[in-house]
Ligand binder design. Structure first.
Ligand code: FE2
Length: 308
């Protein structure tokens, strides 16, 4: 039986309703009280995770060059996998947990029903819950996400850099690239951007959410990090997607520039239609399906992995 506290967000204030999705907000959460995020519980989740939803990655250095390498669990237990990640430079992405672990589906629904209740009129859909377990000092480069996003810290500390949602930090053309999946969501970044970033050290029991398409990067402190990522869609987020997606298609097919990115009004509908058409034409670049595995998690190895 799932032990869900009465409210998952502990310090919600009425004004957060106006800030949600528009500004960066940091709130206190009670995910740990559910018992679903202890190392033991997560070890079991790792073992239950279908192979296609378990992303294990690291970096291999060859002289000056480095390349991304992919790992597998093999016969390593879930709890040992976490111990291996704690020693190495590895990140594990446990995707779409709600699809194959019903207790996390129940929790996800409770959380977004709570948000919907507290923000009269908001209706979230396509809710998604993933768990990210990453090594000390791991970094996620500058990028933006295509849907509403929140980050919930369970163990360890990570520094989140959140940049202004403006055309300087994320031009519409780059958002289109992300939506059309022409990029892996990494974006051009300049060191001086950091002077304009809001920098938040996220501790266990804290969550943050930020404006749609706001660019961000993340740096783990020198400790294992366990975080939960949640995604959601709302009608305005869908409209923004349709507009940017449609603009991207128009730019590519008709060479149109100066397209409007307002996400409401009559112009949304033809653009939504062109978004659908484009998808139908199958012009999207599909995400790579990783077949080669380079290493296996191993907590007895000094860097938490052995070659396969
Ligand atoms: Fe992100």
């Amino acid at each position: 039986m799932l032990m869900v506290p009465d409210k998952i967000i502990a310090d919600w204030q009425p004004h957060h309703k106006d800030l949600f999705g528009v500004h960066v907000i940091k709130l206190q959460h009670r995910l740990q009280d559910t018992g679903l995020f202890t190392r033991e519980a997560l070890g079991k989740v790792i073992e239950r995770c279908p192979a296609k939803e378990l992303g294990i990655e690291s970096v291999s250095f060859e002289g000056e060059q480095h390349r991304r390498v992919y790992g597998e669990l093999g016969s390593t237990s879930g709890i040992d996998a976490i111990a291996a990640i704690e020693k190495g430079r590895i990140w594990m992405n446990i995707r779409r947990v709600m699809d194959w672990a019903p207790e996390y589906r129940d929790l996800l629904d409770r959380i977004f029903d709570e948000f919907d209740d507290r923000m009269d009129g908001m209706k979230t859909f396509k809710r998604n819950l993933g768990i990210l377990i990453s090594s000390p000092n791991c970094k996620v480069p500058y990028h933006a996400d295509i849907q509403g996003q929140s980050l919930w810290q369970i163990e360890g500390v990570k520094r989140v850099f959140l940049y202004p949602r403006s055309e300087i930090f994320m031009p519409p053309k780059n958002i289109e690239k992300i939506l059309l999946r022409e990029t892996t969501e990494d974006m051009p970044y300049r060191g001086w951007f950091d002077e304009h970033a809001q920098i938040i050290d996220l501790h266990p029991g804290e969550m943050i959410t930020w404006p749609l398409y706001a660019p961000h990067k993340v740096e783990n402190h020198d400790c294992l990090n366990i975080s939960v990522t949640m995604e959601h869609w709302t009608k305005p987020i869908w409209n923004a997607y349709a507009v940017h997606y449609g603009n991207g298609v128009l730019r590519r097919t008709l060479g149109l520039n100066n397209t409007s990115t307002r996400d409401h009004g009559i112009h949304v509908y033809p653009k939504a239609a062109s978004a659908l058409l484009w998808k139908k034409l199958g012009k999207q670049i599909e995400g790579d399906v990783v077949k080669t595995r380079n290493f296996r998690l191993d907590p007895t190895s000094s860097d938490g992995r052995v070659a396969v």
